[in-house]
Design a protein around this ligand. Structure first.
Ligand SMILES: [Zn+2]
Ligand SMILES: [Zn+2]
Length: 115
């Protein structure tokens, strides 16, 4: 599986839909959730055979993998990537002017104060 965009993400997928939430690497605030519905090419039935169930499971798994990759691509624009530490952070945790995250900005300011 590909690396998630943010260190923390949540997968709330179920049989009807795929849902992923991504959290800011610094403040852990949920920034963006995406969900896609799972549309199996078969009709719902009350009784399904074991092999049929297995086929459905495999299909769900493969669609889930696709949905996960798609979600990661789609949320990229909602995060700012800090070029110093590589974290992906929300707008609140990003210093636009300096182009780095507030954590790195703090460290940078501390260094400058000392020197
Ligand atoms: Zn944040
Ligand atoms: Zn940073």
């Amino acid at each position: 599986m590909l690396e998630p965009v943010t260190k923390k993400y949540q997968d709330d997928s179920n049989l009807e839909s795929f849902k992923f939430t991504f959290f800011c690497d610094l403040c852990a605030k949920p920034v963006k959730a995406v969900s896609y519905s799972f549309k199996p090419p078969f009709k719902p039935k009350l009784f399904i055979s074991a092999s049929e169930r297995r086929a459905r499971e495999l299909l769900w798994l493969s669609d889930h993998g696709d949905a996960y990759e798609r979600a990661n691509k789609e949320v990229l624009i909602f995060f700012n990537r800090c070029p110093v530490c590589g974290r992906r952070v929300c707008d609140d945790c990003f210093a636009d002017e300096q182009g780095i995250c507030i954590e790195c900005l703090k460290l940078k300011n501390e260094k400058e104060e000392k020197s």
